[in-house]
Design a protein around this ligand. Structure first.
Ligand code: NAD
Length: 498
């Protein structure tokens, strides 16, 4: 009998009522290890009521006091880092060091919002008219919700809830049904840090819970991170129900290699960015656009580097890359490898059929490398989300830029070159939200914002940094005059300074 997980509502663990469940795997072993309840609409109503009741007091709690709870939460994150990493590795499968890195990235968002008294400061103008002052302030929205993907079970939720609650909102998070345990533990730790009941709730579920969130009249804002088709649905439904929405979506990130690049640096960058976390990263590099004159050498170097790549369980410190998240996902990604072969791309490295010793039933796929991929191929157009790197050969810089800008996605991109002029030109003209210059995964820090362009985002706001503060607050502008101010009688025209 596998373990049964729960929701976390109003400061308490709650068993699921709906009778519907999803299986959670240990991907290295290929076995079901627990099951997670799928919430019904009634369970969402109950959770929204808890968050609504908690909102007035939490919104009225001085930001400095909210910050103190966040500081305590940060301490607990540090004390519990090893066990949180264990939860990520056991359900997602990524290697421990990488899981720790992603937890640290999430913690940095908490560190950022510990400065919330400063971040919420508004603007003030004295004497916008005679003895009339004007100032602005940011106020919380109310109950907000987050819906997160499987690939970063700690970091992506932490892009959302620390910012939302620091701003004075209450929050409901619906984590991925594939690996929700880390988020459940984060909510317990936040509660232990002193967060009042109902401020942060975790509701597990599938499409039914998500659609109920999008339609609920008391939820003011929705943050989503996941694949493009679901992001589009979340954006459209949230808008149709009058909500503020930010929906970060899928990706196909290109790394352009110009002929003067340092090819050792390029090889290391491509290996880490294409195969780290088994390619299950929204910022993974899945396409290398290589100028012809150096393409053979890049392919040779990658081929050699792949022979040294250790694929194994995330718990094994010598593994560079763990399994894929589920058997279904493995089948899907391996299917794309076959599609690439059928489409006529050259399969230089084939990771299919790999079985690390002791983990023969795990969802493993080794590194796959395709050369001579063209933009018409399905393996080029679709987001595969696995350890599959495609090489597209081009004659020059302009054709490389055209390929990158012609792709439907625009999450991240990178250029490798020693030529500052070319790098500047690339960073100015490329249609993507995050650009690396000799940096393969240009992920901004918590005090900057994160988000793509084109089909990689729906909605106007990126996450965290000042964008996050703006997303989770409403701007109010107050104009005031006191009785000692000039009395001018009734004014029937627009007052202006003459
Ligand atoms: P997914 O879209 O399948 O699931 C994301 C969330 O949506 C989950 O909580 C899931 O339960 C829910 N969901 C799934 N199908 C739904 C449906 N039909 N209706 C309503 N809700 C639904 O994504 P995933 O497989 O968990 O994560 C991988 C995807 O996330 C990739 O496309 C990746 O690029 C993307 N991602 C993007 C970013 C970014 O910053 N742009 C970051 C991380 C992941």
């Amino acid at each position: 009998m596998s373990i049964e997980l729960h929701h976390f509502i109003n400061g308490k663990k709650e068993k699921g009522d709906s009778g519907r469940f999803g299986d959670i795997y240990n991907p290295a072993l290929g076995e079901v290890q627990s099951r997670v309840p799928f919430a019904s609409r009634e369970e969402l109503d109950k959770t929204v009521n808890a968050a609504l009741s908690a909102f007035p007091d939490w919104a009225a709690t001085p930001p400095l006091k909210r910050a103190r709870i966040l500081f305590k939460f940060l301490e607990l994150l540090n004390e519990n880092a090893a066990s949180l990493v264990d939860l990520i590795v056991s359900e997602h499968g990524k290697v421990r060091e990488d899981a720790l890195g992603s937890l640290t990235r999430g913690k940095e968002v908490v560190e950022f919002v510990c400065g919330i008294p400063h971040l919420l400061k508004g603007e003030f103008s004295a004497d916008v008219g005679s003895r009339i002052d004007s100032w602005s302030l940011r106020q919380p929205l109310g109950v907000c919700a987050g819906i997160t993907p499987f690939n970063f079970p700690a970091m992506v939720p932490m892009w959302m809830f620390p910012v939302a609650i620091a701003c004075g909102n209450t929050f409901i998070i619906k984590p991925s049904e594939k690996d929700p345990s880390c988020m459940l533990r984060l909510a317990e730790l936040a509660s232990e840090a002193g967060l009042p009941p109902g401020v942060l709730n975790v509701l597990n579920g599938d499409k039914e819970a998500v659609d109920a969130i999008l339609e609920h009249p008391e939820i003011r804002a929705v943050s989503f991170v996941g694949s493009t088709p679901v992001a589009r649905h979340v954006y459209q439904e949230s808008c149709a129900h009058g909500k503020r929405v930010q929906a970060l979506a899928g990706a196909k990130n290109h790394l352009v290699v110009l002929p003067d690049a340092d090819l050792e640096q390029v090889t290391n960058a491509l290996m880490g960015a294409a195969y780290g976390s088994a390619g299950e990263r929204c910022m993974a590099i899945s396409v290398a656009v290589v100028v012809d004159s150096v393409a053979d050498e890049v392919v040779d170097r990658l081929k050699k580097a792949i022979t040294g790549l250790k694929v194994g369980a995330g718990t094994d410190p010598s593994s560079h890359m763990g399994p894929l998240v589920t058997g279904d996902h493995l089948t899907r990604v391996a299917g794309y490898v076959q599609t690439g072969v059928d489409e006529g791309a050259e399969l230089v490295a084939d990771g299919r059929g790999i079985k690390p010793e002791g983990f023969e039933q795990g969802f493993f796929l080794g590194a796959c490398l395709f050369d001579k991929v063209t933009p018409e191929m399905k393996i080029y157009r679709d987001e595969i989300f696995g350890p599959v790197l495609c090489i597209v050969r081009v004659p020059d810089f302009e054709s490389a830029l055209k390929i990158v800008n012609g792709n439907a996605y625009g999450n991240g991109t990178a250029v490798f070159t020693r030529d500052g002029d070319a790098a500047r030109e690339f960073s100015h003209r490329v249609q993507a939200g995050m650009v690396g210059i000799n940096v393969p995964i240009p992920v901004p820090m918590a005090f900057h914002s994160f988000g793509g362009w084109k089909d990689s985002i729906f909605g106007d706001h990126a996450v965290h940094g000042m964008e996050g503060i703006r997303f989770y607050t409403k701007l109010k502008t107050v104009t005031s005059r006191w009785p000692t101010g000039i009395r001018s009688g009734a004014e029937f025209v627009m007052p202006t300074m003459k």
